[in-house]
Design a protein. Sequence first.
Length: 292
Amino acid sequence: MTETPRQWFARALDSGEMIVAPGVYDGLMAQLVVRAGFRAAYMTGAGTAVSHGLPDYGLMTMTEMVANAARIAAAADLAVIADADTGFGNELNVTRAVREYERAGVVAIHIEDQGFPKKCGHLDDKVIVPATEWLAKIRAAAAARQDPDFKIIARTDARAPIGFDEAISRANAALEAGADIAFVEAPQTLDELRTVPKLVNGPCLFNLVYGGKTPDIDLATASEMGFRLAILPDVLWREAVMAMERALAGIASGHLPDQKSGLKVRDLFARAGADEWDALRTRFNFTDQAAE
């Protein structure tokens, strides 16, 4: 019997090995992640917002976020972890969000304790809601899921505005409230980062954001520290933006990018699954076979 992405994710989480999920914001990126050999991907909220021409300031609606998650989950055989911001409101909104994300086919979502205006966890001046308000959302999220393999990730942004100890306290309280994974956002020193998996009473997520609030470490080090899931929200779209800006600068100065060693048209479509669709062209047409 084929293992579903949720079943694989649940089993991988229990294995002790760290799951690595590159950040994606569309179906093409998801297919490239599969081609590179990964089993998981992270639908980055920041990347999703940027792909809509918006900063990561909580401007995306639940409908837009879920629709994007559904497209990504449908595009590739991946365990898709998705950003669900603050749950898009109170416990009622969280309940609906969980139902919609679960129907969209993702394996997990994270819900944070920011207030509005919410923003990227590695920016300044974040607003945090009271712990009781956030924990009520976590309880609602855990109760709303239909599939026990659908995981709830509790993200706390408390480190910067309230302090590291409070962030750890909130992470542990969220696990007691029904969350499956703790996401302590933006520890500010190596010691804090190293301490998170030791002080949190459950699996911990590591968020790799180059140039952010957290010291840059490699994935092997994160695994050695005890993190069980690593997301890389901006690595791919950061590279994509820089590559596009270089190409556009060349075009603006009258120089087209050198395509001699680049991908041919057929290669580009192959990245989006053209071979599979080509096989379907003749699979159900028996005219030629009958003529023989």
